[in-house]
Design a protein around this ligand. Sequence first.
Ligand SMILES: [Cu+2]
Length: 114
Amino acid sequence: MLGAAVLLPAVVVVSARSGHTQTAGSSRGNRHQTHVIRVDRMVFAPAPANIRVGDTVTWTNLDVVRHTATARNGAFNVDLPAGASASATMGKAGRFDYFCRYHPAMQSQIMVVT
Ligand SMILES: [Cu+2]
Protein backbone atom coordinates (compact mmCIF):
# COMPACT_ATOMS: atom_id res chain seq x y z
CA MET A 1 0.00 0.00 0.00
CA LEU A 2 1.98 2.94 -1.27
CA GLY A 3 0.08 6.09 -0.56
CA ALA A 4 -1.46 5.25 2.78
CA ALA A 5 0.15 8.17 4.57
CA VAL A 6 -1.62 10.64 2.31
CA LEU A 7 -4.98 9.90 3.84
CA LEU A 8 -4.61 12.12 6.89
CA PRO A 9 -7.73 14.21 7.33
CA ALA A 10 -7.04 17.84 6.55
CA VAL A 11 -9.27 18.93 9.42
CA VAL A 12 -6.61 18.23 12.03
CA VAL A 13 -4.71 21.37 11.11
CA VAL A 14 -6.46 23.37 13.82
CA SER A 15 -3.50 24.94 15.53
CA ALA A 16 -2.43 25.20 19.12
CA ARG A 17 -4.17 28.40 20.05
CA SER A 18 -6.26 26.63 22.60
CA GLY A 19 -8.87 29.20 23.23
CA HIS A 20 -7.60 31.56 25.89
CA THR A 21 -8.26 34.94 24.41
CA GLN A 22 -9.25 37.31 27.16
CA THR A 23 -11.82 39.57 25.63
CA ALA A 24 -13.67 40.84 28.67
CA GLY A 25 -17.02 41.68 27.24
CA SER A 26 -15.85 43.40 24.10
CA SER A 27 -17.87 41.85 21.33
CA ARG A 28 -15.80 41.85 18.20
CA GLY A 29 -18.48 41.39 15.60
CA ASN A 30 -17.76 38.57 13.24
CA ARG A 31 -14.34 37.37 14.30
CA HIS A 32 -15.40 33.84 14.97
CA GLN A 33 -12.93 31.55 16.65
CA THR A 34 -12.37 27.84 16.79
CA HIS A 35 -12.00 26.21 20.19
CA VAL A 36 -10.53 22.76 20.54
CA ILE A 37 -11.74 20.30 23.14
CA ARG A 38 -9.69 17.15 23.47
CA VAL A 39 -11.24 13.82 24.25
CA ASP A 40 -8.61 11.78 26.04
CA ARG A 41 -8.99 8.54 28.00
CA MET A 42 -12.76 8.72 28.09
CA VAL A 43 -12.81 12.29 29.36
CA PHE A 44 -13.84 15.51 27.65
CA ALA A 45 -11.34 18.22 28.46
CA PRO A 46 -12.96 21.27 30.04
CA ALA A 47 -14.39 23.67 27.51
CA PRO A 48 -12.66 27.02 27.12
CA ALA A 49 -14.46 29.84 28.90
CA ASN A 50 -14.82 32.32 26.08
CA ILE A 51 -16.95 30.56 23.51
CA ARG A 52 -19.25 32.97 21.75
CA VAL A 53 -22.20 32.59 19.43
CA GLY A 54 -20.89 31.87 15.96
CA ASP A 55 -17.70 30.23 17.20
CA THR A 56 -16.80 26.71 16.22
CA VAL A 57 -15.98 23.97 18.69
CA THR A 58 -13.77 21.18 17.40
CA TRP A 59 -13.52 17.96 19.36
CA THR A 60 -10.36 15.96 18.83
CA ASN A 61 -10.67 12.33 19.82
CA LEU A 62 -7.31 11.04 21.01
CA ASP A 63 -8.75 7.69 22.06
CA VAL A 64 -8.77 4.44 20.12
CA VAL A 65 -12.52 4.10 20.56
CA ARG A 66 -15.31 6.04 18.94
CA HIS A 67 -17.10 8.80 20.84
CA THR A 68 -19.74 11.39 20.20
CA ALA A 69 -20.35 14.86 21.57
CA THR A 70 -24.12 14.89 21.81
CA ALA A 71 -25.99 17.85 23.25
CA ARG A 72 -28.87 16.93 25.54
CA ASN A 73 -31.04 19.58 23.92
CA GLY A 74 -30.20 18.49 20.38
CA ALA A 75 -28.11 21.58 19.57
CA PHE A 76 -25.26 19.45 18.22
CA ASN A 77 -24.43 15.81 17.70
CA VAL A 78 -20.84 15.29 16.64
CA ASP A 79 -19.55 11.87 15.66
CA LEU A 80 -15.94 11.23 16.68
CA PRO A 81 -14.36 8.10 15.26
CA ALA A 82 -11.09 7.05 16.86
CA GLY A 83 -8.39 9.59 16.17
CA ALA A 84 -10.70 11.98 14.35
CA SER A 85 -11.68 15.59 14.80
CA ALA A 86 -15.09 17.04 14.07
CA SER A 87 -16.75 20.37 14.68
CA ALA A 88 -19.99 22.13 15.45
CA THR A 89 -20.81 25.81 15.21
CA MET A 90 -22.45 27.29 18.29
CA GLY A 91 -25.58 28.99 17.08
CA LYS A 92 -27.10 30.05 20.39
CA ALA A 93 -26.00 31.36 23.74
CA GLY A 94 -26.54 29.31 26.85
CA ARG A 95 -25.29 26.28 28.66
CA PHE A 96 -25.13 23.09 26.67
CA ASP A 97 -24.78 19.85 28.54
CA TYR A 98 -23.47 17.07 26.37
CA PHE A 99 -22.41 13.46 26.62
CA CYS A 100 -21.11 10.54 24.60
CA ARG A 101 -23.78 8.23 23.24
CA TYR A 102 -21.48 5.22 23.53
CA HIS A 103 -20.25 6.00 27.05
CA PRO A 104 -23.01 7.89 28.85
CA ALA A 105 -20.77 8.44 31.86
CA MET A 106 -18.75 10.80 29.68
CA GLN A 107 -20.36 14.17 30.28
CA SER A 108 -19.38 17.79 30.03
CA GLN A 109 -20.82 21.17 29.20
CA ILE A 110 -20.17 24.21 27.08
CA MET A 111 -21.07 27.76 27.99
CA VAL A 112 -21.76 29.96 24.99
CA VAL A 113 -22.07 33.72 25.45
CA THR A 114 -23.17 36.42 23.05
CU1 LIG B 1 -17.44 7.76 24.27
